[in-house]
Ligand binder design. Structure first.
Ligand code: MLT
Length: 401
């Protein structure tokens, strides 16, 4: 009997579990503490009314034999696929076929699962700092090599710094796969067309593949690209992940989708066909009720209600950014993103700051070092709490700093 020994290489538990466990331990010691979480990016606003109406109506459909639905189509109902094609892509000048879109239970699963398509020996490039799923999942697949210090030997790190605005350039060394996330989690950096075109040009030239996580595209307020396919040439080198979690409050409902263009071919193999084969074997689709709810996000009322909620969170992000900036901290993000990234004061490490903020201000955030070696000395706060709690948290932090 042999286990997957790569799991033993992952030394700590998943970042957000560490944060939750430390917070829970503090709560046990201090049962009356008024803890405010600006840690994990979990939404607090209720689902838009148009989504609630769609959920209710779909529940009614399920209660009547004439409209009851069993297994959903493996890759998504036509009504949702059409809405996605039209509203997320055609409206931005991107034409996709319905069979290039695969509805899923949220972006996180597929950003990890996509690794099924690639050989273990591929070299993976990750931005640093980065959403930890890309790193941890590739380590589980055996693509990490060994952890020496806080670097995995087989990964190529694309380091984000204040100097490059947390927008690294394409790799200068060989990489088969590049994981990108824009607007970025955790730094909040957003990439413009020129910067993204550089990655697309590089990937096509080197026969590499970009795994593009666009889970936060709805937060873009300027003219940055929402999809990598807005960049000419991206269909031959990129897979894109989208999520309804932060766009429409679906963190608890679970729905997203992955785009695998038919033009994406390597070694004579269609990645679209491979992904279809993978999904039909390992995934049984997303419930009718959930897909009806997701479709309501694209109705005129649903879209307006989502925009209102996003504006609410962006306002929180601005409150955090302005508050910390006025306390003398160097901050990034907030403009096209629900995240604010800042440098820990007084040379503190990320986890030292976590402990200080929890103990002295009862505010929970996410230590930057949990997002990779280049995140050490930085910290992330999310805008997903209520406006009142966000203001209260920032008032406490301003007096702490
Ligand atoms: C985060 O806080 O980075 C996100 O909520 C995590 C996720 O989307 O899985």
């Amino acid at each position: 009997m042999q286990l997957n020994t790569n799991f033993a290489k992952l030394q700590t538990s998943y970042l957000f579990r560490d944060v939750a466990q430390k917070t829970a331990a503090f709560r046990v010691e201090n049962p009356f503490a008024d803890i405010i979480s600006l840690g994990i990016g979990d939404v607090t606003r209720p689902l838009p009314p148009a989504v609630i109406a769609a959920l209710r109506s779909a529940a009614d459909d399920m209660s009547d034999a004439r409209t009851f639905q069993g297994y959903p189509p493996a890759f998504g109902y036509d009504f949702l696929l059409e809405a996605i094609r039209e509203k997320d892509f055609h409206s931005r000048g991107v034409e996709l076929d319905a069979d290039e879109i695969f509805v899923n239970d949220g972006a996180k699963s597929d950003t990890a699962n996509i690794g099924d398509l690639f050989g273990t020996d591929n070299i993976v490039a990750v931005c640093d700092p980065v959403y930890p799923v890309y790193v941890d999942a590739n380590v589980m697949f055996g693509r990490g090599g060994e952890l020496i210090g806080n670097h995995w030997t087989h990964f190529v790190y694309l380091t984000g710094t204040p100097e490059n605005g947390f927008l690294p350039n394409p790799p200068t060394e060989h990489a088969d796969i590049v994981c990108l996330c824009f607007p970025n989690n955790p730094t909040g950096a957003s990439i413009d067309r020129t910067g993204l075109a550089r990655f697309v040009g590089w990937a096509n030239e080197h026969n590499s593949i970009i795994l593009y996580d666009a889970a936060y595209e709805a937060y873009i307020t300027d003219d940055k690209p929402h999809s990598i396919y807005e960049i000419p040439g991206a269909k031959t080198c990129a897979i894109e992940f989208r999520s309804f979690s932060k766009t429409a409050g679906f963190t608890g409902v679970r729905c997203g989708y992955t785009v695998v263009p038919k033009a994406l071919v390597r070694g004579g193999q269609s990645l679209n066909a491979m992904w279809a084969r993978r999904q039909s074997t390992k995934f049984n689709g997303v419930s009718y009720v959930t897909q009806k709810a997701a479709t309501a996000v694209y109705s005129p009322e649903g879209a307006a209600q989502c925009r209102e909620t996003i504006a609410y969170y962006l306002n929180n992000a601005r409150v955090i950014f302005d508050g910390l900036t006025s306390a003398g901290l160097a901050c990034w993000g907030a403009k096209n993103s629900p995240y604010v990234w800042f440098r820990a004061p007084s040379g503190m490490t990320s986890w030292e700051l976590f402990d200080t903020m929890l103990r002295q201000a009862q505010v929970v955030g996410t230590p930057g070092s949990g997002f990779g070696p280049a995140g050490e000395g930085f910290f992330r706060l999310t805008a997903f709490n209520t406006a009142e709690k966000t203001i209260e948290a920032i008032t406490r932090l301003k007096s702490l700093f």
